[in-house]
Design a protein around this ligand. Structure first.
Ligand code: GAL
Length: 479
């Protein structure tokens, strides 16, 4: 049986859990030069997850298809040919998986809500069983003393809405508002910490410009509109949360990367500025009231030209916190053949970065870049507080008995946490840090190969094994 079929056939395999007590000590680990106390007693420690990447149960209990169901099932654009049909089967194993969050001593479980579980058609009729599932997740968190932090949207748009143009159709602003109202009304009494959206840069760039993520669309016009509508929904969704949830703490999440020019030539310094606008500022500046980054060139002027003046006031929102997500740094070089932006990211291998400093995603391990981007964002006076809502790495793992020794991942966390602490001690207002991610899971177009989890998942049996990196956090966060 091929891997794809097998994965689809393991639905409902209950998760087998290996508890920390059954696990050998962390190998190869030296003590970090910080302790939990250094981050402050109110600092939030969490893990982040996303519905499509872990839930499975893709058509259960009335759920409608999302663009990721369509993209994985009907195209051959996933590296290993897999789907999220079963993924980690979190839909059925949520109790034991959330228990892992607790066992590893984290305070927060960040998860996302699948829009098409709630509205199978994207709008209109609500699916009560979809709401019930997230009630169960939230209730379980509260019962065992883990804080549930929902994200309203993490890339799995209902297919029915994509059929009407998806993020390119301006109507999405009202569709998103209705969906946000429904979920905040349903869960707002139980949970107060909300994030509107996950990384608009990624789903607009990869889904509507590059075409390598769902829905697989390409084209600048589509991209301009998708990006602007996503920004309108970041602030529109935030307003809904503020109105519907009493005492809400409202955030959204942005992907960000420190950008270095490949050298000090003027053209490459300009390339770095353009990539900074493209990767970092395009989804942040408008929502904090700075407008689009038109100082970075024509490309951004073109987006701005398409925006009705009356949208600018609506784009702005006074977020309680900005969710910051970082994995690596970017090195920029001018490239005349890249349309419009005229800049590209030079891959680490081409820059001579040693193999052991490159993750399975092909990303450079760059803790110093993490420090620098936190400092860069710290310069935004409009950002009141920050929470690192994702940070992590994928390295190949080997199961040895009931252990997974992953020293490179442990080292990654020590180095990134050390750099975050440095930025924090220098005055950047960082209130929390969430690891990407709890479980190895469906890594979008990369399928199941890259493993980001603190907990190893065998996708044939659904058995979980806590990795040394999980134990590293367990020890660090012990009271
Ligand atoms: C983020 C994304 C996550 C996860 C991670 C690792 O951009 O929000 O869903 O896939 O990257 O690639």
């Amino acid at each position: 049986m091929n891997r794809r079929k097998f994965i689809q056939n393991t639905s409902k395999a209950g998760s087998l859990l290996i508890l920390p007590s059954g696990i050998s000590q962390i190998s190869n680990s030296t003590n970090p030069n910080f302790t939990k106390t250094d981050f402050g007693k109110d600092f939030k420690w969490g893990v982040a997850t996303a519905s499509y990447q872990i839930e499975g149960a893709w058509d259960e209990d009335g759920k409608g298809p999302s663009i990721w169901d369509t993209f994985t099932q009907n195209t051959n654009r996933i590296k290993d040919g897999s789907t999220g049909n079963v993924a980690c089967d979190f839909y059925h194993s949520y109790k034991s998986d959330i228990q892992l969050v607790k066992d590893l001593n984290f305070d927060v479980f960040r998860f996302s809500i699948s829009w098409s579980r709630i509205f199978p058609e994207g709008t209109g009729q609500v699916n009560q069983k979809g709401l019930d599932f997230y009630h169960r997740v939230i209730d379980h968190c509260l019962e065992i003393g883990v804080e549930p932090w929902p994200t309203i949207y993490h890339w799995d748009l209902p297919q029915a809405l994509e059929d009407r143009g998806g993020w390119v159709n301006r109507d999405i602003i009202s569709w998103f508002e209705d969906y946000s109202s429904e979920v905040t009304r349903a869960f707002g009494d139980k949970t107060k910490k909300w994030m509107v959206m996950n990384e608009a840069a990624s789903f607009c760039g990869a889904g509507y410009l590059g075409g390598f993520h769902a829905p697989g669309k390409r084209g600048f016009k589509k991209f301009y509109d998708a990006a602007h509508h996503a920004n309108m929904c970041q602030s529109g969704g935030a307003r809904v949360i503020r109105n519907e949830v009493q005492d809400a703490i409202v955030g959204t999440t942005i992907s960000c990367s420190w950008i270095d020019p490949i050298d000090q030539k003027e053209k490459n310094i300009l390339a770095a500025k353009k990539l900074d606008a493209f990767l970092n500022r395009l989804y942040l500046d408008p929502i904090v009231g700075r407008g689009y980054p038109t100082d970075a060139g024509k490309f951004f002027e073109k987006i701005a030209e398409r925006v009705p003046d009356s949208d600018y006031e609506k784009l702005k929102f006074d977020f309680d916190f900005m969710g910051v997500q970082n994995y690596s740094r970017t090195v920029a070089k001018k490239a005349f053949y890249i349309p419009v932006v005229k800049a590209f990211q030079v891959p680490p291998k081409k820059r001579g970065v040693p193999e052991d400093q490159i993750t399975e995603m092909g990303w450079e391990v760059a803790p110093d870049g993490f420090y620098k981007i936190l400092k860069q964002l710290g310069e935004y006076k409009e950002i009141k507080r920050m929470i690192v809502t994702e940070n992590g790495c994928a390295f190949p793992d080997k199961v040895e008995g009931n252990s997974v020794h992953d020293p490179r991942r442990v080292q990654f966390f020590k180095d990134y946490l050390g750099n975050m602490l440095k930025a924090k001690n220098e005055g950047v207002k960082i209130d929390g840090y969430f690891v990407w991610t709890l479980l190895d899971n469906f890594e979008w177009a990369e399928g199941y190969e890259p493993r980001f989890g603190l907990v190893h998942v065998d996708f044939n049996t659904q058995k979980r094994i806590i990795k040394d990196s999980g134990l590293f956090f367990k020890e660090l966060l012990e009271e």
